[in-house]
Design a protein around this ligand. Sequence first.
Ligand code: ADP
Length: 150
Amino acid sequence: MKRAIFPGTFDPFTIGHYSIVNRGLELFDEIVIGIGSNQSKKTLFSVEKRMEMIRQAFENEPRVKIESYNSLTVDFAEKVNARFILRGLRSVGDFEYERTIGDTNHILTGIETVILCTYSTYAHISSTVARDLISYGKDITGFLPPNVKL
Ligand code: ADP
């Protein structure tokens, strides 16, 4: 069984994240979405709320599991018996960051990172912009997966 984790902050989980997971399901039998809950990182949405939103998005997809973790990402992968880390790429800016982390994780544990380039329709979608829009009272339905309500 090929299992991958899709780790991230998901504050909030966007349609860009949703697309990466759906495409990942073509490659892996099961994907565990891991909500990193680093204590020092201040988030707009609580872990519980982020979990609920992701649950809504995948309520008809039993191959997607959702967990939160506050350890090193590779330790989380090991804990859930995943041999792959799935990540998404929007831009060259993302690339350098993902490459460094992916290399480090591989050197530490041999785990492989699989990176999918986003479809250009979603390249502008980011949790940061979604949070900014929310702070100005704007509707961000277009940034969210279908069926997800804030
Ligand atoms: P992190 O804090 O780990 O970067 P994020 O929640 O911001 O967590 O992102 C999780 C993963 O999803 C990262 O690999 C990021 O590059 C990817 N991602 C974010 N937005 C998009 C998008 N619009 N399209 C594709 N991938 C995305």
